[in-house]
Write a protein of this length. Sequence first.
Length: 590
Amino acid sequence: MAMEMRRIFLRKCNGILSISSFHISHSYSSSSRRSKVKGRVVLNFEKLKCLDDAVTLFHQMVTMKPLPSVVDFSKLFKNMISMKHYSAVLSLFREMQKLGIQIDGVILTSVINSYCMMHCADCGFLVLPIYLKNGVSFDVVTFTTLIRGLFAENKGKDAVELFKKLVREKICEPDEVMYATVMNGLSKRGHTQKTLSLLRLMEQGNTKPKIINYNIVIDSLCKDGNLDDAIILLNEMKQKDICPDVVTYNSIIDSLCKFGQWGKVKTLFYEMVNLNIYRDVRTFNILIDGLCKDGKVEDAEEVMKQMVEKDVEPNVITYNVIMDGYCLRGQLDRARRIFDILIDKGIEPTVFSYTILINGYCKKKKIAKAMQLFCEISQKGLKPNIVTYNTILQGLFEVGRIGVAKQLFVEMVSTGPVPNLSTHNTLLDGYFKYGLVEEAMSLFNKLERKKENIDIGSYNIIINGLCKNGKLDEAYAIFEKLSSMGLLLNVRTYNTMITGFCLQGLLDEAKDMLRKMEGDNCLPNNVTYNVIVQGYLRCRKINEMVTFMKEMTGRGFSFDTTTAELLVNAISENPSILEMIPELHTEKKK
């Protein structure tokens, strides 16, 4: 209902917002700027620690004579918003209305912001008529808040529509912050070129772009991998005497690290020094992360030492990144050393810190140490998140601790985070791996009924699990159901079914599945042909194998290790096979 009212309201904007006597201002009403009354009690908002404090203060304020200024009420709401008590702001605002207390644009914007932070931007539009009723001017902050709220709810189209309307009908002159809000919203949704177009529009208009606008575009270009264009834009800034800041350099350095261009990273670091740009903890963390992902963990530790020398204190992210780097290399002792240093420094480890180590131990199948850390999370007053649970569940299934995995899942459902797609896929795969077909199918059927947390990957696990547990007919029935549902099957789905047929020696069915695959515009890959060739080799059907081998090589595919071993074994038993394969025969003569 609120959304429909917003649309109606926007359609009426021509009549409401374009009233010539209604001034659109960048400042608030004069009453909000009035000087303090002599002798009035000075309110101390810094002492507000919780919602009860704020509500108590509000009730004290409304009984004061004279009443505190509208500025004081605005400050109170601002403090409540910073404490994330959005619904309480709305409640107290309604009470102000009932008491007839004066309101201004700052308070109304706080109300709109509260709605937006609660993901109710449509309700925020319903506040606009209150401006008119109270003779309060709209300003650029009002609409920037609404645009930000729409983007936060993934209503990007509506946000852009509102922005265009404001510009087109001259309802409000956008400032650099409003432009930045729209640009940031577009950038986060991958619309880099639209973001760049907005920057160019600013350059031609009255509101010239500032560093915040350039930074958004440069970051978007870097995230898209358009590093050259980002550097061109950086040079444009310098030519226009717009000095880049640490945010600008962080985006470009991050991109350079991802491409392993360490020489250019070093150059930019020196450039920052020459421009007196302070390299912050994020700058160093970006560099450390890039080095760790490139396997240069010792170099990353050296960078951390340099941070300390330059009075930039490493934070928990710094330590997490280095821990993860060592875990990726399987050096768990070094990873644990970093974890212990983190604690010795008095830095509180996060759930992510624990999850990194747990994942490292699980990969090495050291499940006892992983479980010890998992239990420690709760003891430290933290709560395992969905990634933590999924990691430990996968680790338990890897070592065959089925009972513990089941108990952990029950605990997760009752007190932990809501299981997601990864959780269910881990369970399905684990159940099938250990022959628990009934339990796997029970969970699968339950998920299907709820129509949640299931995708083509889940179906692939089911089909594969049934095939490996000798339930080929059931697997094929599910495959057929997927086809009838119109679900887009991928190459892995077909390969799984083809593998199942080949393992059962049903080579004609496997061949038919290959042709069906091609008919459904799903191109076979290297795995497809290797599986079929292996099937024919195992069944000693050499003539058919040669036919598929020629088709395989014709498509640019090659034998994998298993196929090569089977072929060598077959030739050792029957050397005449070599004469049947022209490619190998020619190579031998050479």
